[in-house]
Design a binder for this molecule. Structure first.
Ligand SMILES: Cc1ncc(COP(=O)(O)O)c(C=O)c1O
Length: 381
């Protein structure tokens, strides 16, 4: 069907853009010899897993359900890391996954009996997450695993120059939407503080986490490829990366309809049939202003509006936007770059329906992947 026939609000993932990202990631894999995993926390639209699995090596999960989704739908490796594994979920995690990363030595030991048993029955790799305590960005602390007081990863002074028995990999994650240089800087710091681990014969692989904006136009891909080759030669390690955003950057939109335009004390407010809080919560949490197709900054074009949700939350506002033409009730507004950290974070607060999920093929044909309704709201309560 054509996109215009789908009832708003809907997320639509563009195959062309997804493939564009995947081709870049595949080139990085092939030229550097690293393995790249889809970090499912950013993008878990599993109907696309058969395509993604042709380009990437596997997935990384941050919880039981993501690990299970990968087990059911993704042809490839299944890595999992959780800040702490629940006792009741852990045995199944051992069955589903091939790489398990522990956040602390106490978690590693608490679950040792279970993972050692699984390891005796199948190929299972055990890693530990380290905390480099090296801040590469001055982001909101909410997004910085190296911020003081962070619970993520084992700090260097906790190790006693001993790698626990059974561990054969290291994981770190400390970047967020960054280019190559911060990765380089953090790795030099890791070499200084954890170099003895990198050199140990016991360690066979390293996972550089996510936050690498590899598919962004200005990313220094050549330096990344050379850097990975260097790690492989210098330390004889298999290198993994687990980007989420880089897989889905700019690969989707949230299409909405203008339901009303109300006069506020300062300017006209557009009310759309979607919600920042329910359908793109990062807009409120991070916070940031999501781009709208063909719209400019406040005052840049002739007609400026505040764009807001139909929910009752006063702060459920997308931001200020300007347009060449006056907006009319019934017009469509498309929020761009909405594939990542959107569908995975939706909720039904205010009794709001979840947006339909659609997939636009290369040939322009649009398929509805899933529609939601009252039952989806009710079944969670
Ligand atoms: C452990 C871990 N790996 C991978 C990612 C994916 O990061 P991104 O989507 O920024 O590439 C995250 C994001 O928070 C993470 O915490």
């Amino acid at each position: 069907m054509i996109e215009g026939m789908i009832k708003t609000p809907f997320f639509v993932v563009d195959e062309e853009k997804l493939l564009y990202n995947l081709r870049i990631l595949k080139t990085v894999r092939e030229k550097s010899g690293c393995k790249i995993l889809l970090s499912q926390k950013a993008f878990s639209m599993y109907s696309t897993y058969p395509i993604i699995s042709k380009y990437l090596d596997g997935t990384s999960a941050s919880g039981y359900c993501e690990a299970k989704l990968s087990d059911e739908y993704f042809e490839g490796e299944n890595h999992v890391y959780e800040a702490a594994f629940s006792d009741d979920e852990f045995p199944e995690i051992c069955q589903m996954c091939d790489h398990i990363v522990f956040n602390s030595l106490s978690q590693l030991e608490r679950h040792r009996e279970v993972w050692e048993l699984a390891k005796s029955e199948k190929e299972l790799h055990i890693g530990i997450r380290i905390n480099p305590e090296f801040r590469t960005h001055e982001l909101n602390e909410v997004y910085d695993p190296c911020a003081p007081g962070s619970r993520f990863g084992i700090r260097k002074d906790i190790f006693n120059n001993m790698i626990p028995e059974g561990v054969d990999g290291i994981h770190f994650h400390a970047l967020c939407e960054q280019n190559f240089e911060p990765l380089h800087n953090i790795f030099r710091n890791i070499e200084t503080n954890f170099g003895w681990m990198l050199k140990s014969d016991q360690i066979k692989w390293i996972n550089l986490g996510g936050g690498h904006h590899i598919t962004r136009d200005d990313y220094d891909i050549i330096s990344l490829i050379n850097f990975i080759r260097e790690i492989k030669v210098k330390y004889h390690l298999d290198v993994y990366m687990e980007p989420g955003e880089a897989v889905a950057i700019d690969a989707g939109r949230l299409v909405t309809t203008v339901l009303d335009i109300v006069e506020a004390s300062d300017m006209n407010v557009i009310i759309v049939d979607a919600s920042a809080s329910c359908h793109m919560p990062d807009v409120v949490e991070m916070p940031y202003r999501p781009p709208i197709k063909n719209a400019g900054e406040k005052g840049e074009k002739k007609y400026t509006y505040r764009v807001a949700s139909k929910s009752c939350l006063a702060g459920d506002v997308m931001g200020f936007y300007s347009f060449d033409n006056e907006i009319q009730i019934g017009d469509k507004l498309e929020f761009e770059d909405m594939a990542m950290y959107s569908m995975v974070k939706t909720n039904t607060f205010n009794g709001m329906k979840l947006p339909t999920i659609a997939y636009k093929k290369m040939n322009g044909d649009c398929q509805i992947v899933k529609e939601f309704g009252y039952e989806d709201f009710k079944s969670r309560l």
